[in-house]
Every structure is written in structure tokens, then in C-alpha cells.
Design a protein around this ligand. Structure first.
Ligand SMILES: Cc1cc2nc3c(=O)[nH]c(=O)nc-3n(C[C@H](O)[C@H](O)[C@H](O)COP(=O)(O)O)c2cc1C
Length: 151
């Protein structure tokens, strides 16, 4: 099973969410690799079983610039069976809370086998812990059902 988490973060909120999500992932597999988006080898999209995207939101509900190559790579990817999930942090003060998660969700729904999405307000808090655990549960259930494993 090959799984990757590809993320971006400037002030550390999304990175912290990624760390917690990755820790939950370790309960399912030792083969989950974490990449900052600028280090991710895009060709791996074709051979992964699952990819989780983590992003903050910029501008007016927009995807950060450094995530756009990943967004476009999905559109050109022929592995439409790839199980995906997208999580992100944002700030409710902005009119379009976690807009980048919505943008990725809409694209991944069409271009992949999207299992779950998760929006977190700024730095993950205690109340987010269960939500992050559940996010990984749902994603891994989809991965395992594809492989014929019942969880
Ligand atoms: C210029 C600017 C624009 C932002 N625009 C949005 C937005 O439209 N929607 C949103 O939910 N959050 C927005 N945010 C908040 C960030 O997404 C939020 O602080 C996020 O947790 C940062 O993630 P990071 O710590 O991983 O870099 C904006 C922040 C800045 C500085």
C-alpha cells in the first residue's frame, strides 16, 4: 500500500494538522510518506493507492500558488481510481472559510476517488482531534474496500 500526504503551510497551522493526521495514519500503515508540495515527485500520482492533500487558504478563498501544480497534475493524471482526501486550515473571519479545500474537493470529486474532506479553524484544537481521527478512518476504509480488506 502506497500512501502520501502532500501539504503546504506558511505559519504552521496546516503543518500541525498534517502531523496529527500522519500520526493517525501510522495506526493503519507504515508506508505513508509526507512531502511538502515543493518536494513531491508528481509522477508518483500514477502509482499511489492514496493521496491526502493538506492546504491553507489564501487571498479571497483561493488555493495557494505553490499548490497549483499539484491541482493541475490531478487533472492530467490517468489514475482516476486514486483514493484521495483533502484537509485544510483557514480562518472563519474570511468570507470563504477554507476556500482552497472546497476548490480541491470539487476537482478531486471529478478527477479521483475522493473519500473525505476536513476543514480546521487555524491551529488544531482539542475538539478537532476526533475529527482528524475520523477523517483518516474514512479515507482508509475507502482504500481498504478497494483492496478487498474489510475494516
Ligand atoms: C492574506 C491572507 C488571506 C487569507 N485568506 C483566507 C480565506 O480566504 N479563507 C480562509 O479560510 N482563511 C484565509 N486566511 C487564513 C489562513 O488560511 C489561515 O491562517 C491558515 O491556518 C494558515 O495556514 P498555515 O499556518 O498552515 O500557513 C488568509 C490568511 C492571510 C494571511
Amino acid at each position: 500500500m502506497k500512501i502520501a500526504i502532500v501539504y503546504t503551510s506558511i505559519s504552521g497551522n496546516t503543518e500541525e494538522a498534517m502531523r496529527i493526521i500522519n500520526a493517525h495514519m501510522k495506526e493503519y500503515t507504515s508506508q505513508c510518506y509526507v512531502y511538502h508540495v515543493e518536494q513531491f515527485p508528481f509522477y508518483q500520482l500514477e502509482s499511489l493507492d492514496c493521496l491526502i492533500v493538506g492546504t491553507y487558504t489564501w487571498g479571497n478563498g483561493e488555493i495557494p500558488y505553490e499548490m497549483m501544480d499539484l491541482y493541475r497534475a490531478f487533472e492530467n493524471c490517468s489514475n482516476k481510481d486514486l483514493v484521495t482526501g483533502v484537509f485544510g486550515t483557514g480562518d472563519q473571519c474570511y468570507p470563504h472559510f477554507c476556500g482552497a479545500v472546497d476548490e480541491f474537493r470539487d476537482m478531486l470529486y471529478v478527477q479521483s476517488n475522493l473519500a473525505a474532506t476536513l476543514k480546521i479553524e487555524l491551529l488544531p484544537q482539542q475538539l478537532d482531534m476526533n475529527r482528524m481521527k475520523r477523517f483518516i478512518e474514512v479515507v482508509m476504509k475507502r482504500v481498504n474496500s478497494k483492496k478487498g480488506i474489510t475494516v
